[in-house]
Design a protein. Structure first.
Length: 185
């Protein structure tokens, strides 16, 4: 747990440094709109995912709320939370959890196509499972004024999974598609 905590602190520091340096570079290049109205956006999304080599999990379904603060026309900070559920076939219990993530979004093509990196925690809340996992989530997406579609990879460092030899291990990954409606506050 100490190693996971140290790694998450290091990753958070890297994300903060990158966000600060990206803003400085953007301001130095003169590509910023001088009178850009910085502000908040709120988005409501649904996502579906497929775990990668992570028995006994079969698929994932979730809903989230994302608060986004636009630093400029190209760079934003994000905070995302909601509820997700890993579904399991058979008599085993599903794994429901609350993800809480902070991140950095950079628009790379015509203020529509973006790259997103988020880090946070996934808090298990169902069927007597109350463990927490570090959550890493890079992604790519396309956003318009009201619509947002993204594809992301998520890695949960501490959630249990079945190893090939039948023992219980930790760490699983997932590919997920998110469709969302968003608007400026």
């Amino acid at each position: 747990m100490k190693i996971t905590l140290r790694n998450s602190v290091k990753l958070a520091l890297v994300v903060l440094c990158l966000s600060g340096s990206a803003t400085i570079v953007a301001q130095e290049t003169g590509k910023e709109t001088k009178n850009y109205d910085q502000g908040f956006r709120l988005g409501f999304g649904l996502s579906a995912g497929v775990p990668l080599n992570a028995e006994p999990y079969k698929w994932n379904l979730g809903a989230d709320v994302r608060l986004q603060y636009d630093l400029s026309t190209r760079y934003s900070l994000t905070f995302t939370t909601g509820f997700n559920n890993f579904f399991i076939n058979g008599d085993n219990n599903d794994l429901g959890y609350i993800p809480v993530k902070g991140g950095f979004k950079a628009f790379v093509l015509k203020d529509k196509l973006y790259l997103l990196a988020e880090v946070g925690g996934a808090f298990g809340v169902t069927n007597g499972y109350d463990e927490t996992s570090l959550l890493l989530s890079p992604g790519i997406g396309y956003a318009t004024e009201y619509f947002d579609a993204s594809l992301r990879y998520e890695h949960y460092t501490d959630f249990p999974k079945l190893n090939d030899d039948g023992t219980t291990g930790k760490g699983l990954g997932m590919i997920a598609l998110r469709l969302a409606y968003g608007f400026r506050l």
